[in-house]
Design a protein around this ligand. Structure first.
Ligand code: SAH
Ligand code: SF4
Length: 382
């Protein structure tokens, strides 16, 4: 039997936990059906029901026999994360707050832009990496999301839009792992979930349209190239180690030279020609000066890339400010003059606080970092 037998730590009672089929990659789904004495093709049917048609009720699965439905009801379920709230902006941006098993809440944002519709997905409740300008980091860390909780965010949005992958005009054309958390710190679950995003029996997205964003966890980035070929974005934010050590503390462990080498290894291992996206959040007076642009030009001169500038999005007690539009334009132009392809990320969903770095969720912080952070800011403010 495939159901999980667990013993309650509190009562000592034996409990049968149903298997959540939303948690299963294609190969695990096959294993599950084999384990209950069913044929492999059932896995394909099930994946389609769940991910193509958004069905979570076995009774609605018309090509499944009555006996199998009964068997499934005894050992399995299809359970997406609970939607705590959903908000819809005037500009079409949508935000869902979902509760995960640990009790924390994370956020998922949908950003329409012409024919493109990008879903920004979270990978962890909070983040342990503590970048100095990121509100997720300031909330500390609570838990890694399960596969069901990661792919469940796509599932929820797809159900909302009635996004059947086989249809031509799909609402969700791209997924970026740029919500809350550091995807490479939750490696296996993120890889399984991204595989479902790209699977024809899942969401059928091309590998070019699924992007993982990392702050530079170098050993995990090296491992990533061995198991997948999604597109890559790297959060650089500083053109030298001294400044990056402050803004992105993981840099102290894996400095720029190592990071650039791992990026090169990942990109050159891809089967097709693509470039890495370099994300650079601009903070007034911190990393937005002409000398920073000059250093960045030097640093990236041999890195095929496109640069995405993100004007800092403020949040309470951040201690940083967004540069003026002129300062952003000057920085962009300096890089463009040096021959780089540079875009500036527009802030979307302003009215629902859906911008990068503003995703707050509700993290039951294990590290108590958020308390210490607020206390320190308050004492600085006198
Ligand atoms: N942990 C991953 C992905 C999540 S963050 C990473 O760091 O890449 C997604 C992007 O938003 C990152 O580039 C991050 O640095 C940026 N970001 C975080 N806080 C921000 C803020 N307050 N303003 C603008 N961008 C921010
Ligand atoms: Fe974590 Fe990314 Fe925020 Fe850094 S920027 S704290 S890695 S979510």
């Amino acid at each position: 039997m495939s159901e999980l037998i667990t013993v309650s730590a509190e009562t000592g009672e034996v409990q049968n936990t149903p298997v959540n089929l939303l948690d299963l990659s294609r190969s695990k789904m096959v294993d599950f059906f084999l384990s209950i004495g069913e044929k492999k093709f059932r896995a394909e049917q099930m994946l389609k029901w769940i991910h193509h048609y958004g069905v979570d009720n076995f009774d609605e699965m018309t090509n499944i026999s009555k006996t199998l439905k009964q068997k499934l009801k005894e050992v399995a379920e299809v359970r997406g994360p609970e939607v705590v709230s959903s908000q819809f902006s005037e500009d079409g941006t949508c935000k869902w707050v979902v509760r995960v098993t640990s009790g924390s809440c994370v956020e998922t944002v949908y950003i329409p832009d012409g024919k493109r519709g990008t879903l920004c997905v979270s990978s962890q409740a909070g983040c342990s990496l503590d970048c100095s300008f990121c509100s997720t980091g300031k909330q500390g860390f609570n838990s890694d999301l399960t596969v069901a909780e990661i792919i469940g965010q796509v599932w929820i949005a797809a159900r909302h839009f009635n996004n059947v992958p086989a249809k031509k005009d799909r609402s969700i054309t791209n997924v970026v792992m740029m919500g809350m958390g550091e995807p490479l710190m939750n490696f296996d679950n993120v890889v399984d979930a991204m595989n479902l995003m790209m699977d024809d029996l899942g969401y059928g997205l091309s590998k070019r349209r699924v992007t993982l964003s990392t702050s530079g966890v170098v050993p995990a980035l090296r491992k990533l190239g061995e198991v997948t070929d999604v597109s890559l974005a790297v959060s650089l934010h500083a053109p030298n180690d001294e400044l990056r050590n402050v803004l992105v503390p993981i840099n102290r462990k894996y400095p720029l030279a190592e990071l650039l080498d791992a990026i090169d290894q990942y990109m050159s291992g891809l089967p097709d020609k693509r470039v890495v996206t370099i994300e650079y959040t601009l903070m007034a007076g911190v990393n937005d000066q002409p000398e920073h642009a000059t250093q960045l030009t030097q640093l990236l001169k041999n890195v095929p890339c496109k640069i995405n500038l993100i004007p800092f999005n403020p949040f309470p007690h951040s201690g940083y400010e967004r540069p003026s539009n002129n300062a952003v334009r000057r920085f962009q132009e300096q890089l463009q003059e040096a021959g780089f392809n540079v875009t500036v990320r527009r802030t979307r969903g302003d009215d629902i606080d859906a911008a990068c770095g503003q995703l707050v969720g509700q993290v039951a912080d294990k590290t108590r970092r958020s308390e210490r952070y607020i206390a320190a800011r308050q004492s600085e403010a006198g």
